[in-house]
Write a protein that binds this ligand. Structure first.
Ligand code: FUL
Length: 480
C-alpha cells in the first residue's frame, strides 16, 4: 500500500499541478509590443503632404516645396478628433512617394525646411507627436522607401540615405508605436528602381524604437492584409511564413496575406488600412464613407482578427474637415450603441470541462483580459453553455482567444435554445484576438459555443452577445 501511494502521489501531483498551470503556449506567439498593438484595435492614418495641395494621389517628386502651405495646421485638432472617435494612435505619412518630408530631415533637400510655410521652421512630426502625447494617443510614422525626388534613388547610396532618413524621423519625436513601410517600388527621378535593403531598414527601426511594430506586406511586426477595401478573410490567422519573402513584388500572394497561414512560422497579425474617403489624400470633391459602410468595415476588420487603420486625410488648411469629424462621431456613437451592452452578462455558465477553478467557464463573461476559460491539454473540442435568466435578443456574437498563448481554434459553432429546442445558429473558422459573427436576430434562452476543431487545446477569454439595430449585412439579394 505504501509503495502504491509512493507511486500514485507524485503522479497525482503531476496531473493536478498541470491543471493548475496555464496551457503551454502554442506556436509563435505575439511579443508584448504586438499584443499591446493588437489591443489598440483602431488607429487613425493621416495622409498629408504636397498631394493634399495638388489634388493628386501620387506626386511625381517635382512639386515645388512652397506648394505645401497648411495655413491653419493644428495637429491638436487631429488628436482631439481621433480621441473622441475612439482611436488609440495616429500614423502620419511623414514621407510619401513624392519624397517631400514633413519634418526637417537633414538627409534630404526636399522638406518643410526648404519651404516658405512657417519660414522654413515648421515641423509636422513635432506638432503631431506633441499633440498625441498631450491627448494620450500613440504616435506612429509612415515613411515610403519609394522616393521620386531623391537624386540617389536607384543606386546603393540611396539605402544609406534612407537609413539616415529613418534615423532622423525615429530619434527626435519620442516613442513610435508603429513604423509603416510601404512596399511600393516604382521608378525614381533617374528612371531606375531601387533594390531596397530591408534588413538594414528593419534593423535601423529596431535599434532606435525597439517597441515599434513594423508594418509591411510581410511584417515583421504586422502585415498588410491584401486589399484596401477593409475586407479580411473570414478565416484569418495571425501567423505567416515570411522566410524568403519581402515587401512589394516579392511578397506572398494577396490571398495568403488575407487569410494568414495556420502553420505560419511567425506571428505577423493582419492590419487593415482603408480610407474614410475614396482617395488616401484629401480631395475637395470627395465625400466620406457612410456610417453603414464604416460599420461594415469594422466587422470585416476588427471583427475578423485584424487591427483597423482608418485613414482620415487632413485638408489644405491642415485640419480634419467638418464632414469627416462629424462622420467619425456618428460612427463612434453607432459603435457605442451596439457594443456598450453585453447581453451575455448575468448568464449561468456551464462548461463541458474546466481545467481548474482558475480557468472556469465563467471567465468568458469576465472583462479582465487575462481571465480565460481553458480545459485539459488533450481536449480540443470542449463546449460551454450560457443560460439566461430571461431570453435575450441578439444578432452579434463576439469571441476572443487569449492570444498571448497563440492562436488555436480552426472551427467552431454556435447553437441557440429557443422555446426549449436547440438549433444551429452559426458556424465559422478562426477566432484569433477578436471575432464577431453577424447572425440573424434570435431570442434565445441559452447559447452554446462548441469548439469543433482546434490546433491545440482552446483558450478563450471572452464570449459576448450584442444587438445591432443599425447595420444590415449584405444578403445575396442586396449584395453588390
Ligand atoms: C499604397 C500607396 O501607394 C498609397 O498611396 C497609400 O499610401 C497606401 C496606404 O499605400 O501603397
Amino acid at each position: 500500500m505504501r509503495k502504491l501511494l509512493l507511486i500514485l502521489l507524485p503522479l497525482a501531483c503531476v496531473v493536478g499541478c498541470g491543471r493548475l498551470q496555464p496551457p503551454a503556449p502554442y506556436g509563435p506567439c505575439p511579443t508584448d509590443a504586438q499584443l499591446r498593438w493588437q489591443r489598440m484595435e483602431m488607429n487613425m492614418f493621416c495622409h498629408f503632404g504636397p498631394n493634399t495641395f495638388s489634388d493628386k494621389e501620387w506626386g511625381d517628386g517635382a512639386e515645388p516645396e512652397d506648394l505645401f502651405n497648411p495655413e491653419a495646421l493644428d495637429c491638436s485638432q487631429w488628436a482631439a478628433v481621433a480621441k473622441a472617435a475612439g482611436f488609440r494612435g495616429i500614423i502620419l505619412t511623414a514621407k510619401h512617394h513624392d519624397g517631400f518630408c514633413l519634418w526637417p530631415n537633414p538627409a534630404s533637400n526636399h522638406t518643410v525646411a526648404q519651404c516658405a510655410w512657417r519660414q522654413g521652421r515648421g515641423d509636422v512630426l513635432r506638432d503631431l507627436s506633441d499633440a498625441c502625447r498631450q491627448a494620450g494617443l500613440a504616435f506612429g510614422v509612415y515613411i515610403s522607401p519609394w522616393d521620386r525626388n531623391a537624386p540617389t534613388y536607384g543606386t546603393p547610396e540611396y539605402n544609406q540615405t534612407f537609413r539616415l532618413t529613418l534615423q532622423s524621423a525615429l530619434s527626435s519625436y519620442g516613442p513610435v508605436f508603429e513604423q509603416w513601410f510601404d512596399g511600393a517600388n516604382g521608378e525614381g527621378p533617374n528612371g531606375k528602381r531601387q533594390d531596397y535593403d530591408w534588413p538594414l531598414f528593419n534593423s535601423t527601426v529596431a535599434a532606435l524604437q525597439p517597441q515599434a511594430v513594423i508594418f509591411s506586406d510581410v511584417g515583421p511586426g504586422c502585415r498588410w492584409m491584401g486589399n484596401e477595401q477593409g475586407v479580411n478573410g473570414e478565416t484569418c490567422w495571425s501567423r505567416l511564413s515570411i522566410q524568403g519573402f519581402a515587401p512589394g513584388q516579392k511578397s506572398p500572394g494577396t490571398a495568403t496575406l488575407n487569410s494568414g497561414q495556420p502553420d505560419g512560422t511567425h506571428w505577423v497579425p493582419a492590419e487593415t488600412d482603408v480610407s474614410l474617403r475614396p482617395g488616401w489624400f484629401f480631395h475637395p470633391n470627395e465625400k466620406p464613407k457612410t456610417v453603414e459602410q464604416l460599420l461594415g468595415i469594422y466587422y470585416t476588420s476588427i471583427g475578423r482578427n485584424s487591427l483597423l487603420l482608418l485613414n482620415v486625410p487632413p485638408d489644405r488648411r491642415g485640419l480634419v474637415s467638418a464632414a469627416d469629424s462629424l462622420r467619425l462621431m456618428e460612427f463612434r456613437s453607432a459603435l457605442d450603441s451596439i457594443f456598450s451592452i453585453d447581453l451575455a452578462q448575468g448568464a449561468r455558465v456551464n462548461a463541458s470541462e474546466e481545467r481548474s477553478p482558475r480557468f472556469r467557464g465563467a471567465n468568458l463573461l469576465d472583462t479582465c483580459y487575462d481571465h480565460y476559460w481553458a480545459v485539459t491539454d488533450d481536449n480540443s473540442t470542449p463546449s460551454v453553455t450560457l443560460t439566461f435568466p430571461e431570453p435575450v435578443t441578439f444578432n452579434r456574437v463576439m469571441l476572443q482567444e487569449y492570444i498571448p498563448l497563440g492562436q488555436r481554434v480552426e472551427q467552431f459553432r454556435i447553437d441557440v435554445m429557443e422555446r426549449g429546442q436547440w438549433r444551429p445558429l452559426a458556424q465559422a473558422t478562426t477566432i484569433g484576438y477578436k471575432r464577431i459573427l453577424l447572425t440573424e436576430t434570435v431570442t434565445a434562452q441559452a447559447v452554446r459555443l462548441t469548439i469543433e476543431s482546434s490546433l491545440a487545446t482552446p483558450v478563450i477569454n471572452r464570449l459576448a452577445l450584442y444587438w445591432d439595430g443599425i447595420y444590415q449585412p449584405p444578403t445575396p439579394q442586396n449584395a453588390k
